[in-house]
Design a protein around this ligand. Structure first.
Ligand code: 5GP
Length: 177
């Protein structure tokens, strides 16, 4: 599959994304009730979502960034997650909020949740994802929070890429087959 910008249909507009992200931030503000949070952004896909989400969070907050990769083609994942760059401070006793772009097979989410529990005795761990493709799940894992559920489409934009491109779009789009 090749994707060109002129092929893209809008799945979620900039306005839909921003409205839903503000709503989610409201829920998280209530959940944490002013307690400090360490927001862990999963690069590169979650960069836009994390940047917009944290702007609406009111508690004392630090941002950390980690990078993972999974081998596969441009539009499908292989099922093997690799830690490319995970340098985190001491997260013992912290409220950790993992911010991801999309949960697809769930392998990345599972890897990250296991990683946190193996390495740290966190005060709390929540996993939030912009998108949730529940239908393609291979492991039994659900994000604690997500903005939108989608069906089995390959989506791009707003941080999500195709071959490195389209991360800069302000909307989420897909190619109609
Ligand atoms: P997992 O299969 O481990 O749940 O998801 C792994 C990663 O695959 C996601 O973090 C995301 O980077 C990528 N991915 C899954 N579905 C899509 C999609 O529809 N579009 C894009 N651009 N990436 C996706």
């Amino acid at each position: 599959m090749e994707i060109k910008i002129e092929d893209l249909k809008v799945l979620f507009s900039e306005e839909q994304l921003q409205t839903r992200i503000k709503e989610l931030a409201g829920q998280l503000n209530k959940l944490y009730n002013g307690e400090e949070v360490i927001a862990v952004c999963v690069l590169k896909g979650a960069v836009m979502f994390a940047a917009d989400l944290v702007k609406h969070l009111d508690m004392p907050l630090k941002m950390e960034f980690i990078r993972l990769s999974s081998y596969g083609s441009s539009t499908s994942t292989s099922g093997k997650v690799n830690a490319v760059d995970i340098k985190l401070p001491d997260l013992n006793g912290k409220n950790v909020l993992i911010i991801e772009d999309i949960v697809d097979t769930g392998l990345t989410a599972k890897f990250l949740i296991d990683f946190m529990h193996i390495n740290f005795n966190v005060k709390s761990l929540k996993f939030c994802s912009l998108l949730d493709k529940k239908i393609t799940r291979k492991v039994d894992i659900e994000p604690d929070y997500y903005c939108f559920e989608i069906d089995d489409k390959f989506v791009v934009g707003y941080g999500l890429d195709y071959d490195g491109y389209f991360r800069n779009l302000r909307y989420i789009g897909y190619k109609e087959l």
